[in-house]
Design a binder for this molecule. Structure first.
Ligand code: HEM
Length: 405
């Protein structure tokens, strides 16, 4: 089986030629991505789609601090990580279905559409404070602000906690380093976030309303209700799943549009193309770096190749989204692409819960910026090779632009 090391900066900056080699090499290869040991990697679209539904390949994962000694690892692993391991993200089968059903009762299209006007307001306020000629970083000054505010609104973070909430979330998800100091600092941020979340749940429990957290507390199906710990874990996972993924998606979307001026002009001439533009950004940019990593619990077959139990396997969504057997000229960024069946939000039982919300944020922030500042351009200071690869996603570290009306 061929081996691919995907950890170099060069490949992170431009993974597509390597992905093409992986797809050509066979249905499964061995390899390594940042933050992982050697894993099996699946990169062809049809194998990724079916693999995500394979009952012999499960999510049940244990989080590691990165420290090799298991006893120290356990000691360092705080309660919040144990909570993540019991959350929907790391469950399978009936237990996953139970949690997912309950969260669905709360995370309805109505809840998402309630956030739509907040998203409009946040974007408009941000833009109204900006002027022709201003230099801003579309990641830190624009998309991050929107995505953290949206999650804050969804889970009712009180205004007085917002700054801390934003800081600690950012700190918790920042690029991983191997030093002990970094780990301790990350754990500290996670604990502070957990404290904020606990306070929110306590407050909502005493005064239930029509909001998402109240609905989560109240959600009940034939399987019963969520325990207090399960509500806490759910909010934490939604925060982790929804902040950086979305801000990176939006920043990468802007960058890709600037890199394809003819497509950007098409969009500016007809902003009703924003829906298909965001779908193409999702397909083309592969802002979720890793894709979906799983554990093989029984030997199983992937298009004629046996993969062995107890190994980890990575379904490389971003490589599948560039599979030439599914997408015509996958390397072309085409905002009018038809039949765009990308799998940027995964597939199978763990399909992204926030997909509708993330798309809404991307559409609003991109459309409104070009409505107000149609001649915005990338700053000459941009470093095209400075890509970050965090636990949640892949993005340029900054997308500096000069706003122009
Ligand atoms: C508001 C924004 C978002 C929220 C609240 C959110 C939340 C979630 C949650 C809770 C899950 C776990 C579902 C489960 O295990 O059943 C999930 C899965 C996933 N999300 Fe999102 N997400 C958001 C944005 C995004 C974005 C922008 C992307 C990618 C561009 C993304 C990609 C994924 C993927 C690939 C999975 C599946 C992971 C797997 O199968 O292991 N999400 N999301």
């Amino acid at each position: 089986m061929k081996y691919f090391d995907l950890t170099s900066q060069e490949i992170i900056a431009n993974p597509y030629p390597t992905y093409a080699k992986m797809r050509a090499a066979g249905p499964v290869v061995r390899g390594k991505v940042p933050f992982s040991k050697d894993v099996y990697i699946v990169s062809r679209y049809k194998d990724v789609v079916s693999g995500l539904k394979n009952p012999k390949i499960l999510n049940k994962m244990k989080w590691s601090t990165g420290v090799k000694n298991e006893r120290i690892n356990q000691m360092l692993k705080p309660k919040m990580m144990q909570a993540i391991e019991q959350s929907m993200l790391a469950q399978d089968g009936d237990e996953h279905r139970r949690l997912r059903r309950l969260v669905h009762l709360a995370f309805t299209p109505k809840q998402v559409s309630k956030l739509a006007s907040n998203i409009d307001t946040v974007v408009e306020q941000r833009l109204s404070n900006l002027n022709d000629g201003d230099s801003i970083d579309l990641l830190s000054d624009y998309s991050s602000k929107l995505s953290i505010t949206t999650i804050g609104d969804l889970i009712n973070v009180p205004q007085r906690d917002r700054q801390r909430f934003e800081y600690e979330t950012h700190n918790f998800l920042r690029e991983r380093q191997s030093s002990m100091l970094f780990l301790l600092d990350q754990v500290r941020s996670g604990l502070k976030l957990f404290r904020i979340i606990r306070r929110i749940i306590r407050k909502r429990s005493q005064n239930l309303g029509d909001d998402f957290v109240s609905k989560l507390i109240l959600a009940e199906s034939e399987d019963g209700k969520l325990s207090r710990e399960e509500v806490e874990a759910m909010l934490f996972v939604i925060l982790l799943g929804g902040y950086q993924t979305t801000s990176h998606l939006i920043a990468s979307g802007f960058y890709t549009l600037f890199q394809h001026p003819e497509q950007l002009n098409l969009l500016k001439e007809d902003l009703s193309l924003i829906d298909s533009t965001v779908e193409e950004i999702l397909r083309y940019t592969s802002s979720v770096g890793h894709g979906a990593i799983r554990k093989i619990v029984e030997d199983t077959d992937i298009d004629g190749v046996t993969v062995k139990k107890d190994n980890q396997i990575l379904f490389l969504l971003s490589a599948a989204n560039h599979d030439e057997t599914v997408f015509d000229s996958p390397g072309i960024f085409d905002i009018q692409r038809e039949n765009n069946k990308h799998i940027a939000f995964g597939g199978g039982p763990h399909f992204c819960l926030g997909a509708a919300l993330a798309k809404l944020e991307a559409k609003t922030s991109i459309k409104k910026l070009f409505e107000q500042f149609p001649k915005t351009e990338l700053s000459p200071d941009i470093d095209h090779n400075d890509w970050a690869y965090t636990l949640a996603s892949r993005s340029l570290r900054s997308v500096p632009v000069i706003l122009r009306r």
